[in-house]
Write a protein that binds this ligand. Structure first.
Ligand code: PSV
Ligand code: MN
Ligand code: MN
Length: 402
């Protein structure tokens, strides 16, 4: 391993970066490869994936370029429209593309019966439909050997007084408890929270406290999922992460960046220091505490090319994770305990400002990966090729994401 200045410090730092990168994996979402848009319209991309197979092909390409994304999160209705019956086809895709199924995401928001909620709907009949869908998703996860069933619940209400917030808590507890009882021994249920959208008065699982309480009442295999786009402006996300780590309740992340709301921008594009601060909490946890934390990307790319945006995201995550690994944890703890504020902050900040890219490039070369994944993607002609192949199917009527 060569280092930029040849000093012992540089070598020690390079070793830390290599170790961090060797252990870093981040899952890509199938829906990040498909056409998407805003509620005002969609800009269709000729190379967007229109089938589950194409999403696996794209994920495999991202993994080949970055070496960090061997799994793909699946959305049940979009990727397995036949439910459990589609499992053999998914297994065949895993084999063909060398990418494993990751988190299984039930879809509890698109069917017309969910107008007034899914697992918190006042109708017992509709709650039962929602439960069945989650149970089917648990079975799909078991059959695919996938660890996490990720629940994002879009339920809520738009006007004060129109729903009983408390009765809806009980209904959610009941459904989640039943779903938890169906989990296999190696499975987990991840409970995601979000304070707004699509409901605009109250959202049934609005913040990490509600998600934590629901996870705890469901059972020990339920944990909280932190989506970085699902907070009010100014929320200290790394503090939430620290609390969940402390309580052993952090299941994983949906990473994306945002300027205003749940913007689903490429991670690190607006505030890379935010992600660095989150990664610091992970880096300062014990290996035992961090071993099961699922890192996932949850983004939809409206203007950027989908492949380029995903590669950019994985690369940025690798770089920020590498930076966080440089913080001297022992020294920082000493400075914190002595309340040497400036020195503590500088110890922290120096890692953030360090340009880790030369060492990351060396690591890529040593692992037989392209040293510049974005350039390698451009040079490969992959996007042009899939645009030729898929273009005619990418009409405005084709979409798996509303
Ligand atoms: C909607 O907000 C959302 O972005 C949630 O974050 C989910 O995790 C994702 O869609 C996929 O259902
Ligand atoms: Mn999410
Ligand atoms: Mn979201």
């Amino acid at each position: 391993m060569t280092t930029s200045n040849g000093t012992g410090t540089a070598e020690r730092e390079a070793a830390k970066i290599w170790a961090a990168l060797d252990g870093f994996r981040i899952e890509v979402p199938s829906w990040g490869f498909a056409n998407t848009g805003t509620r005002f319209g969609k800009f269709i991309q000729g190379g967007a994936a229109t089938t589950t197979e194409e999403k696996f092909a794209d994920a495999a390409q991202v993994n080949a370029l970055t070496g960090a994304s061997p799994t793909i999160a699946l959305h049940v209705l979009w990727d397995l429209p036949g439910g459990k019956a589609d499992v053999p086809a998914i297994k065949a895709l895993e084999k063909k593309y060398g990418v494993k199924s990751g988190g299984i995401n039930p879809n509890l928001f698109q069917n017309s019966e969910y107008k007034f909620g899914s697992i918190a709907n006042p109708s017992a009949e509709i709650r039962e439909i929602a439960l069945q869908h989650v149970l089917d998703s648990v079975e799909i996860g078991k059959a695919l050997g996938s660890k996490d069933v990720s629940l994002w619940i879009a339920d809520g209400s738009n006007y004060p007084g129109t729903q009983s917030i408390r009765r809806r808590i009980e209904w959610m507890q009941e459904v989640l408890g039943k779903a938890h009882a169906a989990l296999g021994p190696d499975q987990r249920m991840l409970v995601e929270y979000k304070p707004f959208e699509p409901a605009f008065y109250h959202t049934d699982i609005a913040d990490w406290g509600m998600a934590l309480e629901l996870a705890r009442s469901a059972g020990p295999q339920a944990k909280v999922l932190v989506d970085t786009g699902h907070h009010y402006q100014g929320t200290n996300i790394e503090q939430i992460v620290a609390w969940l780590l402390q309580l052993g309740q952090l299941g994983g992340f949906h990473f994306n960046d945002r300027k205003y709301a749940d913007d689903d921008l490429t991670l690190g594009s607006i505030d890379p220091y935010q992600l660095f601060r989150i990664f610091h909490e992970i880096a300062s946890a014990t290996p035992e505490e961090r071993k099961d934390i699922a890192f996932m990307i949850d983004q939809s790319h409206n203007l950027k090319g989908k492949m380029e945006a995903m590669v950019q995201s994985v690369v940025t995550a690798q770089e920020l994770y590498a930076k966080a690994s440089l913080i001297d944890q022992e020294k920082l703890a000493e400075l914190q305990d002595a309340c040497r504020l400036i020195e503590a902050e500088e110890c922290f900040r120096t890692a953030f400002w360090q340009d880790v890219r030369p060492v990351v490039r060396e690591w890529r070369a040593a692992r037989a990966l392209p040293v510049d994944p974005l350039k390698a993607l451009a040079d490969s002609g992959y996007v042009e090729k899939v645009t030729r192949e898929r273009g005619s199917r990418n009409t405005s009527s084709v979409s798996s994401y509303a």
